[in-house]
Design a protein around this ligand. Structure first.
Ligand SMILES: Cc1cc2nc3c(=O)[nH]c(=O)nc-3n(C[C@H](O)[C@H](O)[C@H](O)COP(=O)(O)OP(=O)(O)OC[C@H]3O[C@@H](n4cnc5c(N)ncnc54)[C@H](O)[C@@H]3O)c2cc1C
Length: 417
């Protein structure tokens, strides 16, 4: 494969074998058959981070600002995800879900969600306390909404299927450590010394996307601040039939601790949101000084701490005290006791934070020469992964067109370590 007489190992090189990177590879294959795609993933298999450590919910799109990428891609993505799972025989179910107000002051926000859902074209039904009990006999609330298009699936299995169906050259155990971008192409080096030359680069590195952007020489204008979400498993899963969510706090992009009956029939309670002390810090004892120093050096981290210390302190308390966590869950599910909750594996969200402390709310996809960076793909990006992948692929294919306008120059060197 040549452009301006140079040799390339592939047309598009994707960094990251999570659901977003693999969806991009899949979309490239579908929209431009014959495009040679290589995916480099640092772990030994797909979906080892966010994609394999989440609630497994196919979100309807009710929460998101009409017109935002999240709203458009989640609504479309939910329907496409159900179809994809059906086509490839992946476990999934469209269960519907309840969003339940337990306090009076939550009622206006619940009504605003009804409005937003309708604006986003989502079927919603308003429920009073007696109707809540018809869906969920153990759940208590003042009012609720039922959202019909929410479901559950196994995103790890979806990612593995995307890898297979994309026909891409997916290489595991290859961590990208250096990027050399030139006008005629991009060369990356991995920790094992492999060099891959491509005509365009796609960065879907999730918790490390800002670092990969900087390796490419781009200033992403944000940093990933990792927020861990901890879960418990309900040892009496019969207490919950389906999916039950609180009314979210609009100050945060997180949905609040919810009750989720997963595709395996188990019920998870969580996730909360506490600062992780490493980008892949799944427990309090996982501390990486380099990650921590990077978070603390970013002015936006201090702004978040200043603005949200009260909420943060509550989350910390509920993380360290099972009793406090249980008490919070009892607002929705009064019958639950501490003994009903067994710790389950946590996930860490890659949340983009701007310099001024703004928690980036919408998906953030940025382009640089021959490069597409996915800089914010938190929930519901698993739901929305197929449309996100298409959008990334479209932009990457645009970047390939630069070949037509660039003049030949000196061959690219292999990047330094
Ligand atoms: C607790 C939690 C609950 C969630 N619940 C839901 C939900 O119910 N529904 C929903 O739709 N979304 C949910 N999400 C969000 C969803 O999981 C993510 O939006 C989605 O998985 C993001 O996919 P990704 O491919 O961008 O990231 P990841 O899955 O994190 O993939 C990024 C990949 O890049 C690799 N990588 C990083 N750096 C390098 C490098 N230098 N070289 C090579 N490889 C590299 C990593 O190893 C990783 O595999 C949740 C997230 C969390 C954390």
């Amino acid at each position: 494969m040549t452009a301006s007489g140079r040799s390339f190992d592939c047309d598009v090189l994707v960094v990251g074998g999570g659901i977003v990177g693999l969806s991009a590879a899949y979309a490239l294959m579908r929209s431009a058959p014959g495009t040679r795609v290589t995916v480099l993933e640092k772990e030994r298999g797909p979906a080892r981070h966010q994609t394999g450590r989440n609630s497994g919910v196919i979100h309807s799109g009710i929460y998101y600002r009409p017109g935002s990428l999240k709203a458009r891609f989640a609504v479309r993505g939910a329907a496409e995800m159900v179809k994809f799972c059906a086509e490839y025989g992946i476990d999934h179910q469209v269960t519907g879900k309840l969003i339940v107000a337990t306090e009076r002051e939550e009622l206006p926000r619940l009504h605003a969600l009804v409005q937003r859902g309708r604006e986003n074209g989502i079927p919603v039904r308003e429920l009073g306390p007696a109707q809540i009990a018809e869906y969920e006999p153990e759940v208590r609330g003042l009012a609720a909404i039922h959202v019909g298009t929410t479901g559950v699936c196994d995103y790890g299995a979806v990612a593995a299927q995307l890898a297979q169906a994309s026909d891409a050259d997916v290489r595991y155990g290859e961590e990208v450590t250096a990027v050399d971008r030139r006008p005629w192409g991009v060369a990356v080096r991995t920790a094992s010394g492999t060099v891959v030359r491509a005509r365009a680069l796609v960065n879907c590195a999730g918790l490390h996307c800002d670092r990969v952007a900087r390796l490419a020489g781009d200033d992403p204008g944000m940093r990933i601040v990792p927020f861990r979400g901890e879960y418990y498993e309900l040892t009496r899963p019969g207490l919950v039939r389906g999916l039950v969510y609180p009314v979210p706090d609009p100050a945060f992009p997180f949905l609040g601790v919810h009750l989720t009956r997963g595709i395996d029939g188990g019920v998870h309670v969580g996730p909360n949101a506490v600062p992780a002390l490493a980008r892949e810090g799944y427990t309090w004892s996982a501390v990486r000084p380099l990650d921590l120093a990077e978070t603390l050096r970013w002015p936006g981290s201090w702004q978040i701490a200043r603005r949200h210390w009260r909420y943060g302190a509550g989350e910390l308390h509920r993380s360290l005290s099972k009793r406090a966590f249980t008490q919070a869950v009892r607002r929705l599910l009064p019958a639950v006791t501490e003994d009903d909750l067994r710790p389950a594996p946590a996930g860490v969200r890659a949340q983009a934070v701007l310099r001024d402390g703004t928690l980036a709310d919408d998906f953030l996809i940025r382009e640089a020469p021959r490069t597409v960076h996915v800089l914010n793909a938190p929930s519901p990006a698993a739901t929305a992964s197929l449309p996100i992948g298409r959008e990334v692929a479209r932009r990457a294919l645009e970047a390939l067109k630069e070949d037509r306008v660039h003049h030949p120059g000196a061959p690219g060197r292999a990047p330094g370590r």
